[in-house]
Design a protein around this ligand. Structure first.
Ligand code: HH2
Length: 278
């Protein structure tokens, strides 16, 4: 299995690690740590050294209750970082819902669009087709401001799966190559603890849709509920969750802690009888 994004064809024979770079003052686990351009770029470079296969650059927190950010502000945060990292050797993903910023980021060197809005905004799928960028289609229920207040599903797994299948269908109908599409059930995006557990348990049925599954569990509240720890102290919990997601069929793991995740993946992958990860 491959994921094509721009000039990259990423082999998904082994799970890939996507390192998170939040250029925000208010992200739930690392808000304000990489808000300046210089520190975001330095952080991104250190994640590459740690072995990140993809970098995900975001300028808007989408944690529950987060305030929306204007295009001007999000652009100011994200674009210089993308520009500085273009050509760094790993694909740059832009974590945004704004089509204008997607276009500008791709022009500046990004090759993957990570859209928590499922590429539903007008023009996004056309942009992906036109530019040859990859796209991650994520499911969420509601909007970050209020999504955790009362999420409701009759059957969370069936509903999320059907949504993702429909978004793959819409992307392909718009002319996006199937190999350029990844999907994500969107852990914590309009989901209770029980919804998240059900989605993890049934991740193989989502992976059966036939495009790579991205899982973003790193430092999230469900891990706090299990361990009783604050976001920055959820590294071990996040590593365990990443391994479990990989075992369940996830092929891209979106994480804050790249070294820890890579080492754990390499050991698990090798001990389970597969080719060592270089
Ligand atoms: N989670 C977050 C942000 N973007 N994208 C995808 N595809 N999947 C996710 O699970 C996902 C995501 C939230 O994490 P983080 O970026 O660390 O926090 P914040 O939104 O507060 O910046």
């Amino acid at each position: 299995m491959f994921l094509r994004c721009g000039t990259f064809a990423l082999s998904l024979e082994r799970p890939l690690v996507m390192g998170v770079v939040n250029v925000t003052p208010d992200s739930f686990s690392d808000g304000g740590r990489h808000l300046s351009r210089e520190s975001a770029i330095a952080h991104a470079r250190s994640l590459i050294e740690e072995g990140a296969d993809i970098l995900d650059i975001g300028g808007e927190s989408t944690r529950p209750g987060a305030a929306a950010v204007s295009l001007i502000e999000e652009r100011r945060r994200v674009l210089p970082v993308v520009e500085a990292l273009a050509g760094c050797g790993v694909p740059i993903s832009v974590d945004t819902r704004k089509p204008e910023l997607m276009r500008e980021a791709i022009a500046a060197g990004a090759s993957l669009v990570n859209d928590i809005g499922g590429a539903e905004a007008p023009g996004v799928l056309e942009l992906i087709k036109e530019t040859g960028a990859g796209v991650c289609l994520m499911h969420k229920q509601g909007e970050p401001q209020t999504m955790q207040q009362n999420p409701q599903y009759a059957d969370v797994v069936a509903e999320v799966r059907a949504y993702l299948a429909a978004r793959i269908g819409a992307a392909v109908a718009a002319g996006v190559a199937r190999e350029s599409i990844a999907i994500d059930p969107g852990f914590g995006f309009g989901k209770t603890y029980e919804h998240n557990l059900a989605l993890l348990k049934h991740l193989p049925s989502i992976a059966a849709l036939g495009v790579p599954v991205l899982a973003g569990l790193s430092r999230k509240a469900m891990l706090g509920r299990i361990t009783g720890r604050e976001p920055q102290a959820r590294v071990y919990a996040s590593v365990a969750a990443a391994l479990f997601a990989a075992e369940q069929g996830a092929r891209i793991l979106r994480v804050h802690d790249v070294t820890a995740t890579r080492d754990a993946l390499a050991v698990w992958w090798t001990l389970s009888g597969r080719m060592p990860i270089s």
